[in-house]
Design a protein around this ligand. Structure first.
Ligand code: NAD
Ligand code: APR
Ligand code: ZN
Length: 256
């Protein structure tokens, strides 16, 4: 099924980085950003939603859209792709999981430490003073009549809460980005799952691993041009390919 070289490399690897994008959560029913079929941005103009300026101009529109996404995440469940990555962590000495996703499906699948390069839907903070709310957000409802919802207010300064995600034009959390870059430069093998690789600096992670001598594997139904040695493209869905890869390498379905 998979090349023996790849299977042997996975079995021998001391440190594997798994780098994920929206595609790993697609089979959990969470729309991706740029997929031609389901891409979120197809139906929304990113510049009208995922920027600080957009939030300042229309907090109810932006908050409502992210609450809709948070609701989708709360209704979703980890899929076999997420569970296979958690199983991989149990079968190798060290796994570093770096995600561009703002959902918590990797954690709910059982992965312990997840590096979120673009923040999290579950970590809102005050737009003005940056404080986190002292009470967790209540479960969102499907906003009536479209996606407008007034954001809750900061109990300290009265400012509006904003989603805890990294917006276009904002910098990524420095410590997380450095940790991701460091892991990529010191791993034996990197598996990139479900990302279009269009957004930097996150998209730098697989290239850093390859340049440092690691084997790089791309799991994506869209074909990925592999021009170089030590690079593999596994065309297909994460929820189907990853369980089979783990099964073939470690002989365990391991609850995937
Ligand atoms: P961008 O081109 O504006 O650059 C992202 C930010 O990272 C910039 O501030 C840039 O200075 C900084 N940066 C670039 N290279 C860097 C490096 N090597 N080391 C450290 N910092 C570096 O990116 P963008 O397309 O405008 O998006 C900004 C971020 O917001 C991206 O990571 C994007 O994925 C994210 N985003 C998140 C969502 C969401 O809903 N989670 C939506 C849209 C965008
Ligand atoms: N299994 C594997 N890959 C999949 C699946 C699946 N079931 N379904 C879709 N994909 C692939 C698509 O082929 C596409 O290449 O996932 C990728 C999704 O790409 P994007 O929608 O661009 O998502 P992502 O790469 O995570 O975007 C990066 O951009 O807008 C910002 O912050 C946002 O984190 C996001 C970043
Ligand atoms: Zn505040």
């Amino acid at each position: 099924m998979f090349s023996t070289t790849l299977i042997e490399a996975l079995r021998k690897a001391q440190h594997v980085v798994v780098f994920t994008g929206a595609g790993v959560s697609a089979e959990s029913g969470i729309p991706t950003f740029r997929d031609s079929l389901t891409g979120l941005w197809e139906r929304f103009d990113a510049t009208s939603l995922a920027t600080p300026e957009a939030f300042a101009a229309d907090p109810e529109l932006v908050w409502g859209w992210y609450e809709w996404r948070r609701m989708k995440v709360l209704q979703a469940h980890p899929n076999p792709g997420h569970r296979a990555i958690a199983a991989l962590e149990r079968n190798i000495p060290r796994l570093t999981l770096v995600t561009q996703n703002v959902d918590d499906l990797h954690e709910r699948a059982g992965n312990q430490a997840v590096i979120h390069l673009h923040g999290s839907l579950h970590a809102p903070r005050c737009f003005d003073c940056g404080r986190s709310p002292d009470i967790p957000l209540s479960a969102p409802e499907e906003p009536e009549g479209g996606r407008r919802l007034p954001p809750p207010r900061c109990t300290v300064c009265g400012g509006p809460l904003r989603p805890g995600v990294v917006w276009f034009g904002e910098s990524l959390p420095t410590a997380d980005l450095s940790a991701a870059f460091e892991a990529a430069e010191n791993c034996d093998l990197l598996i990139s799952v479900g990302t279009s690789g269009m957004v930097y600096p996150a998209a730098e992670v697989p290239a850093l691993a390859w340049r440092a001598g690691a084997i790089v594997v791309h799991v994506n139904p869209q074909s990925h041009p592999c021009q170089q040695e030590r690079e593999y493209a596994l065309p297909g869905l994460a929820g189907e390919l990853l369980p089979r890869l783990i099964e073939q390498a470690f002989g365990t379905a391991d609850g995937v």
